[in-house]
Design a protein around this ligand. Structure first.
Ligand code: ZN
Length: 321
């Protein structure tokens, strides 16, 4: 082709381009993501099946996340983490449900909650479909604290009742998580004091707090409204308040008892639902303005690295048939 013709076709493409774009959905901004089931074609699923029999299924939630994070935080963050893992090692990402078990958030509008039995049943039926196509190994990724027991039970049901083999991701990758390099300890800080700070952050940063806000700032930045973020005022029944010092001292029995009672549905009468304990729905005492995409990036990369390391180990231990 002559140079002038090439130039002309580039000019024409430029003119035609915007006109044809205007005919497509202006709200559609998603990019096709590799190994993400909703974006894939049948030939792409077939092709993946020649390389991998593994599926990662985020078990999510649709629930209030304070004044600044979206209702879909757990769903979105779980799916985004799973997608990041699937870019580094071939594995199918198959979200099944947006909703999880969140009865203790129901006093905030927007929260939807399903019974544990329903969630397990829906995921078991989804696993049966995937088994039929040749997928065999399942990584159940719990994206919401309230689904913990559900995920354990789901993994056991898959292992006991189907041809599939399942693990829970948090449990699977625990040994692969690199320990965070210890920050330079100030002269007067004892190991015990550092431990207390860690426990405090863990116990009182459970929902929509600094940790989750940081994750969202990294994973879904344009959905976070930091200008609306408000540090919550937490209140709890007197006997639970009395447990706090021992919880912060790291006493495992006290922590167990504290969490067994904390954050439960209003109907239980425990007076520990999110709305009864927190002014904003956030279950955290940290200053939300200290959340950052950088903290979220570090946490996400640690997770992805550990998950990939586990998956590679599993592939080596038991190669695909
Ligand atoms: Zn959450």
């Amino acid at each position: 082709m002559k140079k002038s013709l090439v130039l002309l076709s580039i000019l024409l493409a430029g003119l035609v381009g915007p006109a044809s774009n205007a005919q497509t959905n202006p709200l559609w901004h998603e990019q096709k993501v590799k190994n993400y089931l909703p974006h894939m074609t049948v030939p792409e699923v077939r092709e993946l099946l020649t390389k991998s029999d593994m599926v990662i299924i985020p078990v999510a939630a649709l629930e209030q996340h304070g004044l600044h994070l979206p209702i879909g935080t757990d769903y979105l963050n779980g799916v985004e983490r799973a997608k990041l893992v699937a870019q580094k090692t071939d594995i199918l990402v198959a979200p099944v449900l947006l909703v999880g078990q969140s009865p203790f958030h129901l006093d905030f509008p927007g929260t939807i909650s399903l019974k544990a039995e329903t969630i397990v049943q829906v995921h078991l039926e989804a696993v049966q479909s995937l088994l039929r196509h040749g997928f065999k190994r399942f990584l159940i990724l719990n994206a919401h604290g309230g689904n913990r027991a559900i995920c354990t039970y789901l993994v056991d049901r898959i292992n006991q009742e189907t041809a599939g083999i399942a693990v829970e991701v948090g449990e699977a990758i625990a040994a692969f998580r690199k320990t965070v390099p210890a920050p330079a300890t100030p002269a007067k800080t004892t190991a015990n004091a550092t431990e207390k700070v860690n426990i405090r952050a863990k116990v009182f940063d459970r929902h929509a707090g600094v940790g989750e806000t940081s994750s969202s700032l990294y994973l879904t930045p344009n959905l976070v409204q930091m200008d609306r973020a408000e540090t919550a005022k937490l209140t709890m029944p007197k006997h639970m308040d009395a447990m706090v010092p021992e919880v912060l001292d790291g006493d495992p029995a006290t922590l167990l008892v504290f969490l067994a009672e904390g954050l439960k549905a209003k109907e239980t009468g425990k007076k520990t639902s999110a709305a009864e304990m927190s002014t904003t729905g956030v279950w955290g005492i940290g200053d939300l303005t200290t959340a950052s995409s950088e903290k979220g990036r570090i946490e996400t990369e640690r997770f992805v690295e550990a998950a990939v390391a586990f998956i590679e180990k599993w592939k080596a231990l038991r190669p695909k048939n």
